[in-house]
Design a binder for this molecule. Structure first.
Ligand code: NCD
Length: 306
């Protein structure tokens, strides 16, 4: 049980707590009717200061499937933030109307700040290029379901590793499992941040290497985690245009992949996985998105439930 807790970064949850969430998510998926009114009377507020499809809608679907209800905004222009209200005031007000807040904000650290002003739990649905812990829960649950366990895997992260918050959160979470090797595939401008390399990866003696060639490492990967180049975090458009198509996964490239490899992507995809790859049995990104709803049901239930 995570009663009353906030979730700002993936390591806020212990490995045991994560495991309990995976078990509960599977239980809910198997028997959804048993949970259909477990959060009746509870209200979820979704405060999205940045665009979202999956995260916001899957949280709202999760809450409604548990019998609770939702309020919120999907863009800051429709809230008083556009009149100049500060985050602290918005949070204090919304905390008086609801039982839990899910927030996405373009500023790194915004979710932590929000949790300090809130007397109800806050879930970070993405703070700038920093963290996105519930995507990590969806990613890990997908790996666990499809592989049976999370261990002894070579995982390639490909694309925008500099600004991709889903990568940062998943890398941190994976450092707690044994036998994990990481390969970071990116153009030199978009490499994984130094604080992760010299911090947690080095401290925990996680085996990792960096390359700019997907082709060279494709055959070594058990999981390929593709990501979109994060247009909204670039300072100038020219750089984005130059880098956006650095990697495009095609059926030809898939020929070099292991027979039982898994292709994951947090979505949205822009151009980095060609549509023809969708019918490859190794393409798991749509399954991954659906797991996102069940893990969010498990999370809401654990924080708010009896
Ligand atoms: C991701 C995000 O918002 O960081 N989307 C998501 O929540 N699944 C990935 C992205 O936007 O590229």
């Amino acid at each position: 049980m995570l009663k009353g807790r906030s979730l700002i970064e993936p390591l806020d949850l212990s490995p045991e707590e994560m495991n309990e969430l995976f078990v509960l998510a599977e239980e809910i998926e198997k028997n959804p009717k048993a949970w259909k009114s477990s959060l009746q009377g509870h209200i979820l507020a979704t405060l999205f200061f940045e665009p979202s499809t999956r995260t916001r809608l899957s949280f709202e679907a999760a809450m409604q499937r548990l019998g609770g209800s939702c309020l919120g905004f999907a863009e800051s222009s429709s809230s008083s933030v556009s009149k100049g209200e500060c985050l602290a005031d918005t949070i204090r007000i919304v905390a008086g109307y609801s039982d839990i807040i899910v927030m996405r904000n373009p500023k790194e650290g915004a979710a932590l700040v929000a949790s300090r002003y809130s007397d109800i739990p806050v879930i970070n649905a993405g703070d700038g290029g920093h963290h996105h812990p519930t995507q990590t829960l969806a990613d890990l649950l997908t790996i666990k379901k499809l592989r049976g366990q999370i261990r002894d895997l070579t995982i390639g992260f490909c694309g925008d590793l500099r600004f991709g918050r889903t990568v940062h959160s998943l890398v941190e979470a994976l450092t707690r499992y044994s036998g994990i090797k990481m390969i970071f595939i990116s153009p030199p401008e978009l490499t994984i941040p130094g604080y992760l390399k010299s911090g947690i990866l080095t401290q925990k003696q996680i085996s990792f290497k960096e390359t700019d060639s997907l082709d060279k490492v494709m055959g070594d990967l058990d999981i390929l985690y593709m990501t979109r180049v994060q247009k909204e975090r670039f300072f100038n458009e020219e750089d984005y245009i130059r880098l956006k198509d650095s990697y495009v996964l095609t059926p030809e490239k898939m020929l070099a992949a292991k027979k039982d490899a898994m292709i994951l992507h947090p979505l949205p995809r822009v151009n980095e996985i060609s549509l023809e790859v969708d019918s490859d049995p190794r393409a798991m990104y749509f399954k991954q998105a659906r797991q996102g709803m069940f893990i969010r049901m498990a999370l809401l239930q654990s924080i708010l439930g009896e």
